[in-house]
Ligand binder design. Structure first.
Ligand code: FRU
Length: 478
C-alpha cells in the first residue's frame, strides 16, 4: 500500500487496502477530512500480530486511494487509558482543531474479566501529533450500570451543539446512549437512543449516527445475535436502523435491523461526511476470532475499501465503492455477449491476476441456468477457486470460499430481489487476500478474506444446469 510496508514478502499482504506496517489492526477510527485531506486512524497493536494494548495507527490520503503512513497518533500513557486507547471518532472543532474522542480502557483485574472505560479527548493542530486533553477523562461515570462496558464515542455537530453516541449494555441488552456538549469537554447525558428488544444482542459496539436522504441512520455492531438461516452467521454483526432521532428526548424511533455486508469479514464500520457532501464508510475487513494465517507472518487485519452510502426511499442502505478507486485501474479487458454453457471453462484464460476489479453483467432474460457466476483466484486445474454464484431458483447470491486456499472454509448466502430485473451486475474488488463484492450498484455487499496460493490467478465465468449470457465483461488489473 505504500513504501512503509514492513512485510513485503508475504504473498497475502494487500496491495491497495489500508493495513498496519506490521502487526495487529482492527476497527477504523476517527475517519475525517481535515484541511482537505482524508485521515483514517485504526485500532493497532504495534508490538504483536495479535490484539493487545490498543494504539491508534494513522494514515492520510488526498484521494481515498493512495495512503501515506503517519506516526502512531495515540498510545496508552495515562491513568485513564493505561491499558488501551480504544475506538472513537474525530471532529474538527469550532476553532479548526482536529479533535479525537476515544475510549480509555483500564483492566480492573489481571485476567481482564473486569474493566472500566472512560471517554477522552486529544487534539492536534498539524494533523500528525496529538496531545491528550487536560480535561480527560471527559466522561468518567455513566448514570447506569453497564459493568464498565461503555465505549466507541462517535461525535457530530447538530445545530450549535456537539452530540456523542456510545455503545454499551445493561444486563444482556445492547444499547446506545446519547450525550450533548457545547465544547467537546463537558458532556451531559440525554438518554438511551436505542436498545435491543432482546433479539439484537448483549452489547452494541461502534455506533455511528448520521443523516442521509432526510432520515437518521444508526450503524452499529451488535454482539450476540443468534444466527437465523442465511442471516447473522458471523460471530458478530454490523448493521443499521433507519429512523428519526429526537434531539430533545434523545430517542431514536426506527424500523428493523438490517445487516450491512452479508459476507464473512466486515465489522465495526464507521462513516464520515466529506467535503463533497458524501457519506463514506470504512470497516474492519476481518472478524473477531476468525482464523488469520497471516499472524504467523507478523501481521493481522486490514480495512475495507472506502464505500459510498446512499439511502433509498424504502430505507435501504446502498453501499458502493467510491469512484476514486478508478485511479487504481491499469490494463483493461473488455468482452460482450459471451454465451456461457455448462461443462465448459477457460472463457477468460487471457486474464490473470491477484489484484483485479471486475464488472460483469449477466443476463436474466437470456438465462436457463440454475446457477451462474464468476470464479477468481483459480488454480490451473480449478482445485483452488473462490466462487461468486447466483442461485436462480432461490434468488440468492453465494460467496463460496470452501476451496479458496488455506484458512476458514465457508459459504455465505444472501437473498437478492431480482423481480422485474433483466440482468445482474457483479462488481468485484480482488486484492491478494480479499474479495469485496457489490451487486446491482450497491444493493448487496459481501466481503471475505481468502488465503490462496500466489499462483492461483485465473479468472472464469460459469453456468450450471443451463446457459447464461454475459452481456458485458470489464476487468482491470489494479
Ligand atoms: C470493536 C471493539 C470496540 C473496541 C475496540 C478495541 O471491534 O471491540 O468496541 O473499542 O474493538 O480494540
Amino acid at each position: 500500500m505504500d513504501s512503509a510496508n514492513h512485510l513485503p514478502d508475504d504473498i497475502h499482504r494487500l496491495a491497495y487496502h489500508i493495513m498496519a506496517p506490521a502487526n495487529w489492526i482492527n476497527d477504523p477510527n476517527g475517519l475525517v477530512q481535515y484541511k482537505g485531506e482524508y485521515h483514517v486512524f485504526y485500532q493497532h497493536h504495534p508490538d504483536s500480530p495479535k490484539w493487545g494494548p490498543m494504539h491508534w495507527g494513522h494514515v492520510k490520503s488526498k484521494d481515498l486511494v493512495h495512503w501515506e503512513r503517519l506516526s502512531i497518533a495515540l498510545a496508552p500513557s495515562e491513568a485513564y487509558d493505561r491499558d488501551g486507547c480504544f475506538s472513537g471518532s474525530a471532529v474538527v472543532d469550532d476553532h479548526g482543531v482536529l479533535t479525537l474522542i476515544y475510549t480509555g480502557n483500564i483492566w480492573m483485574k489481571e485476567d481482564q474479566s473486569e474493566l472500566k472505560q472512560y471517554q477522552c479527548a486529544a487534539t492536534s493542530t498539524d494533523g500528525v501529533t496529538f496531545v491528550k486533553d487536560p480535561a480527560n477523562p471527559v466522561i468518567a461515570e455513566p448514570p447506569f450500570d453497564c459493568c464498565g462496558h461503555i465505549r466507541d464515542p462517535k461525535v457530530w455537530k447538530h445545530e450549535d451543539q456537539w452530540y456523542m453516541i456510545l455503545g454499551t449494555r445493561e444486563g444482556n441488552h445492547g444499547k446506545v446512549v446519547l450525550y450533548r456538549s457545547k465544547d467537546l469537554r463537558s458532556w451531559n447525558y440525554i438518554g438511551i437512543a436505542a436498545e435491543s428488544d432482546g433479539t439484537l444482542g448483549y452489547m452494541w459496539e461502534c455506533p455511528d449516527l448520521f443523516r442521509l436522504n432526510g432520515k437518521d441512520v444508526l450503524v452499529f455492531s451488535p454482539q450476540g445475535i443468534e444466527p437465523q438461516g442465511d442471516k447473522y452467521n458471523n460471530l458478530h454483526q454490523t448493521g443499521y436502523l433507519v429512523g428519526n432521532l429526537d434531539y430533545q428526548t434523545g430517542k431514536f424511533q426506527h424500523g428493523g435491523f438490517e445487516e450491512l455486508d452479508k459476507g464473512f469479514d466486515f465489522y465495526a464500520a464507521q462513516t464520515f461526511h466529506d467535503e463533497q457532501g458524501r457519506r463514506i464508510l470504512i470497516a474492519w475487513m476481518d472478524m473477531w476470532e476468525s482464523y488469520m494465517p497471516t499472524q504467523t507472518k507478523g501481521w493481522g487485519g486490514a480495512l475495507t475499501i472506502p464505500r459510498l452510502l446512499e439511502l433509498t426511499p424504502e430505507n435501504k442502505l446502498l453501499m458502493k465503492p467510491v469512484p476514486e478507486l478508478e485511479l487504481l485501474r491499469k490494463e483493461h479487458d473488455h468482452a460482450q455477449s459471451i454465451e456461457v454453457t455448462p461443462l465448459q471453462s477457460d472463457y477468460l484464460s487471457h486474464i490473470k491476476g491477484d489484484c483485479l476489479e471486475i464488472v460483469a453483467e449477466f443476463s436474466l432474460a437470456a438465462c436457463d441456468a440454475s446457477e451462474f457466476g464468476i470464479k477468481v483466484r483459480c488454480s490451473e486445474d480449478y482445485t483452488e477457486e473462490t466462487v461468486i454464484r447466483f442461485d436462480v431458483n432461490d434468488s440468492a447470491v453465494i460467496f463460496d470460499r470452501t476451496r479458496s486456499g488455506i484458512g476458514e472454509e465457508g459459504i455465505r448466502r444472501a437473498f437478492l430481489d431480482v423481480s422485474g430485473k433483466k440482468s445482474i451486475k457483479f462488481h468485484l474488488f480482488v486484492d491478494r487476500s480479499s474479495v469485496e463484492l457489490f451487486v446491482n450498484d450497491g444493493e448487496l455487499a459481501m466481503t471475505g478474506r481468502i488465503y490462496p496460493n500466489s499462483s492461483s490467478n485465473k479468472v472464469d465465468i460459469f453456468a450450471e444446469g443451463g446457459c447464461v449470457q454475459v452481456l458485458s465483461w470489464n476487468s482491470w488489473k489494479l
